[in-house]
Design a protein around this ligand. Structure first.
Ligand code: NAD
Length: 344
C-alpha cells in the first residue's frame, strides 16, 4: 500500500455523523504528528451522505469504490435510525467488504469502579448470525406488523474463519487463553455449529480453550474479568459483550475496533455518533485514536502504532488531560494537541 514515490499511505476517510467529524479532526492531528504521509480520500456515508435534503444515498458508489481501491478506511460513527428508516450502513459495509472479523481490544487506562487491570480482546463475527439482515413482517388480518421474523444465518466456513482468526491473534500476541462464547444449549443449530467448529479449530493450537454460555459470560465478565483473555463469539453476542467490556474500563470513549476483511479493513471506534454531545467539543477522541493505532499496525507501522497508543494512555494517565466522560475538563482538541505533542 506504500506508494513508491510519495511514500504516502492511501486511506479512505469517512468522518461520519454526530461527533464523527470532531474526533476525526482530532485523530488526524495525531496522525500528522507521526511524520507519516497519508493520501486521505475523504468520502461520505450515513446521514452525512444523505445531505440536508435527505436525498442522497447512505452508501454512495464513490465511497465503495474508494475503499475497494485503498483497501483501508478510517471511519467515524454513522447514524442508523432505530426501527424503520434506512438499513445500517455499518452492516452494509461489513457485508460489501466481507469484514468478517471485528477485533475489539479493551485495556484499563485508568482504574474504573474497582476494575484496574482489564486486558481482554473480543473477537466478534461481523457478517452473519441475526445481523445478516434477513427479516420480515407477516401480516395477520389488518395488522401488517402482526409478526416479525428474523433468520440467523451461520455457516461452518464463517465459524471456522472467525475462530481461526481469534486463535491466530492469540498466537501472535502471546495470549494464553481463548474462550468460545455461545448459546448452544438453546440455539442448538446456529450456536451449536459455532461451538462444533470452534472446538475443531481449537485442536490445531497449543493454546488453552474454554467454552462459556453467553449469559454466564456476561456475569463472569463483571465478577471475574481477570479470568478472560481472548473471547470469540458470534455477531450479536459479540456486539453486546463488547459494550459490556468497554464499560469495565470507563466507557465507550476508550474502546477501539478493527473490522478485518478479505478485501479491505475498516478501523473505527466502538461507540456511536453520541448525538447528545455532538458539535460541543466534548467528545473523547481516544477510541478513534486507538483505532488509528490499530490501523498503523495493520499497515505494518508497528512501532508508530505503539507510539500512538502509548501517547493516548500517557496523556490520560500521566498528564491527566481528560475529556468530560473521564471526569476531566479538556476539550476534544485540547486532548488531541496533548497527544500529538507526545507523538512528535
Ligand atoms: P453512542 O455510542 O453514540 O452513545 C452512548 C453514550 O456514550 C452517550 O451518552 C454518548 O454521549 C457517550 N459517548 C459515546 N461516544 C463518546 C465519546 N467518544 N466521548 C464521550 N462520550 C461518548 O450510542 P447510541 O446513543 O446508542 O447511538 C447513537 C447513534 O450512533 C445511533 O444512530 C447508532 O445507530 C449509531 N451507532 C453507530 C456506530 C458505528 O457507526 N460504528 C456504533 C454504535 C452506534
Amino acid at each position: 500500500m506504500r506508494h513508491s514515490i510519495t511514500h504516502a499511505y492511501s486511506v479512505t476517510l469517512l468522518p461520519g455523523d454526530g461527533i464523527g467529524p470532531e474526533i476525526t479532526d482530532a485523530t488526524l492531528l495525531v496522525l500528522e504528528a507521526t511524520g507519516l504521509s497519508f493520501a486521505w480520500d475523504v468520502q461520505k456515508a450515513g446521514a452525512a451522505a444523505l445531505g440536508i435534503e435527505r436525498r442522497g444515498e447512505v452508501l454512495p458508489d464513490p465511497t465503495i469504490e474508494s475503499i475497494r481501491l485503498t483497501k483501508c478506511a478510517l471511519k467515524g460513527p454513522l447514524e442508523t435510525p432505530v426501527g424503520g428508516g434506512y438499513r445500517s450502513v455499518n452492516v452494509a459495509l461489513r457485508q460489501e467488504f466481507q469484514l468478517y472479523a471485528n477485533l475489539r481490544p479493551v485495556r484499563t487506562i485508568i482504574p474504573f469502579r474497582g476494575y484496574d487491570a482489564i486486558d481482554i480482546v473480543l473477537v466478534r463475527e461481523n457478517t452473519q448470525g441475526l445481523y445478516a439482515g434477513v427479516e420480515h413482517f407477516v401480516q395477520v388480518g389488518g395488522d401488517p406488523h402482526a409478526v416479525a421474523e428474523s433468520a440467523a444465518i451461520v455457516t461452518r466456513e464463517g465459524c471456522h474463519d472467525i475462530v481461526r482468526f481469534a486463535f491466530d491473534h492469540a498466537l501472535h500476541h502471546s495470549r494464553s487463553k481463548v474462550t468460545l462464547v455461545h448459546k448452544a444449549n438453546i440455539l442448538k443449530m446456529v450456536s451449536g455449529l459455532f461451538l462444533e467448529e470452534g472446538r475443531r479449530v481449537a485442536r490445531d493450537y497449543d493454546i488453552e480453550c474454554n467454552e462459556m454460555i453467553i449469559d454466564n459470560a456476561a456475569m463472569q465478565l463483571v465478577m471475574k474479568p481477570e479470568t478472560f483473555d481472548v473471547i470469540v463469539t458470534t455477531n450479536m453476542f459479540g456486539d453486546i459483550l463488547s459494550d459490556l467490556i468497554a464499560g469495565l474500563i470507563g466507557g465507550l470513549g476508550l474502546a477501539p475496533s478493527a473490522n478485518i476483511g478479505r478485501t479491505a479493513s475498516i478501523f473505527e471506534a466502538v461507540h456511536g455518533t453520541a448525538p447528545d454531545i455532538a458539535g460541543q467539543g466534548k467528545a473523547n477522541p481516544s477510541a478513534l485514536m486507538l483505532s488509528a493505532a490499530m490501523m498503523l499496525e495493520h499497515l505494518g507501522e508497528m512501532d508508530i502504532g505503539t507510539k500512538v497508543r502509548e501517547a493516548v494512555v500517557a496523556t490520560i494517565r500521566d498528564d491527566q488531560i481528560r475529556t468530560g466522560d473521564l471526569g476531566g475538563k479538556a476539550t476534544t482538541m485540547e486532548f488531541a494537541k496533548a497527544v500529538a505533542e507526545r507523538v512528535k
